[in-house]
Design a protein around this ligand. Structure first.
Ligand code: AMP
Ligand code: GLY
Length: 425
């Protein structure tokens, strides 16, 4: 079987590492991949935004399965284009990807189907005055979200009316988020532990993978700015077996049913970003793809045939027994460039990659090969990921940080408290 993985981050590297283990896989191509993926397959220098070029490649190489990593090609319809040519694709259609691409669509779907989420109201740019006056009637903190995809920056937690008004102005007046901010969702602030749960589905049947917890803030103790994710661990004890049952019956099942009912069945990975509140799990957001860096810690916990899982979703006949939880634990620490998530420099040599114990996986994210050396090429550079055979996060954390200590590049910084919330529980 020949597989294409679209994307170039740590998530795609992890998807590749998990897929090459599978017996049926002869070869993996990455479009465009990174220096890490080159070790396990072939990087193809095609821009994933060029859907025609991706299609041409897949047809010419008789690709059996395409796995689309990031949200952009999904919300822009790459999977539809490939399916029109009878190519098997893991990932939802453009219309189903609206669950991530338009927050107001997802919120209204949840409201109409009694799916637990924060109370909310939607405002258009034309209703600027109503939006501002509504701010006087809500309790604080309150959450203001740009409707579209804003690279993780379109969510503002306002502590008071002034901050909320400033957030509305950012969307409607200064247009900081471009078109993504022409519509805003104002929603109730929820408290609890956050968790990420992936439902792998063919549109009807689904399985849930072990729950993970991301660390979105740049500094220890969840301080500082939001980032793409500074580390993750799984499984998280904040999601119990009973919670997983509730997530399946109260969230995933009704969401998939609602999507089928409106004629846009969702097949692929439904990423449920959750708040574990006192009243039970509630949806913070849906994504239409695997999470990054959660994928890096969830996949090592699966035994069985991962590619069979993806392929069976793609052909509309989910094999519910293709993978199961192997009983282990995993911790991923993100090594970032100095200055990230603000301005940072690139091009520093990364040292120590070979000194790390082979049981630790180093997924590449923002790296580049220059003259035989690996150098930094992005904000989040490496995802250093451990695996413990027992569900022992203390052990998994120790292994991950031992590996981190062997790696260096100028300006490297990372959080030292990944998994601590779970360990202290
Ligand atoms: P989102 O892009 O919707 O996942 O939001 C980014 C982050 O903002 C989430 O991971 C939460 O930490 C926070 N957040 C979003 N919505 C809420 C909410 N209603 N209550 C509390 N925190 C929220
Ligand atoms: N880790 C958050 C995301 O993938 O959206």
């Amino acid at each position: 079987m020949k597989v294409v993985i679209v994307g170039s981050g740590g998530r795609e590297h992890a998807l590749g590492v998990k897929s090459v283990e599978c017996r049926a896989v002869e070869k993996i191509f990455f479009i465009p991949g990174n220096p890490g993926t080159k070790e396990i397959g072939e990087n193809v220098q095609i821009n994933p935004d060029d859907h025609d070029a991706v299609l041409k490649f897949c047809l010419e190489h008789k690709i059996d399965l395409v796995v689309i990593g990031p949200e952009k090609p999904l919300t822009e319809g790459l999977s539809d284009k490939l399916r029109e040519h009878r190519i098997n694709v893991f990932g939802p259609s453009k219309k189903a990807a609206r669950l991530e691409g338009e927050k107001s669509f997802a919120k209204e779907l949840m409201l109409n189907n009694n799916i637990p989420t924060a109370a909310f109201k939607v405002f258009f740019k034309e209703n600027y005055k109503e939006a501002v006056s509504y701010l006087n009637s809500v309790s604080y903190p309150t959450v203001i979200k740009a409707d579209g995809i804003a690279a993780g920056k379109g969510v503002i937690i306002a502590e008071n009316v002034e901050q909320a008004k400033a957030a509305i102005d950012e969307c409607f007046v200064s247009s900081t988020f471009g078109e993504a901010g022409n519509k805003v969702v104002i929603e109730e602030f929820m408290t609890g532990q956050e968790a990420s749960v992936f439902a792998i589905t063919d549109g009807t049947n689904f399985i849930l993978l072990p729950a993970a917890q991301d660390h979105k803030k740049i500094f220890d103790g969840d301080k500082g700015k939001n980032t793409g994710g500074m580390g993750a661990y799984a499984p998280t004890p904040f999601v119990t077996e009973n919670d997983l049952q509730r997530i399946a019956t109260e969230i995933v099942e009704p969401t998939l049913t609602a999507m089928r009912n409106i004629g846009n069945p969702f097949a692929g990975c439904l990423y449920c970003g959750l708040m574990m509140t006192n009243e039970g799990p509630k949806v913070v957001e849906f994504n239409c793809r695997f999470g990054d860096p959660e994928t890096q810690v969830v996949l090592p916990l699966l035994e069985g045939d991962f590619v069979e899982l993806l392929k069976s979703s793609a052909v509309g006949k989910l094999n519910m027994d293709s993978v199961k939880y192997n009983g282990g634990a995993s911790v991923c620490v993100v090594a970032a460039s100095g200055g990230y998530p603000d301005k940072y420099e690139k091009g520093f040599e990364i040292k120590g990659l070979d000194a790390v114990n082979k049981s630790v996986k180093i997924y590449h994210a923002g790296t580049k090969e220059v003259g035989g050396k690996i150098v930094t090429n992005g904000g989040r550079v490496l995802n250093i990921t451990s695996f413990s055979e027992k569900n022992d996060l203390i052990e998994a954390k120790k292994i991950a940080y031992e590996a981190v200590s062997k790696i260096s590049f100028q300006g490297m910084h990372y959080r030292k408290d990944i998994a601590d919330k779970a360990i202290k529980k």
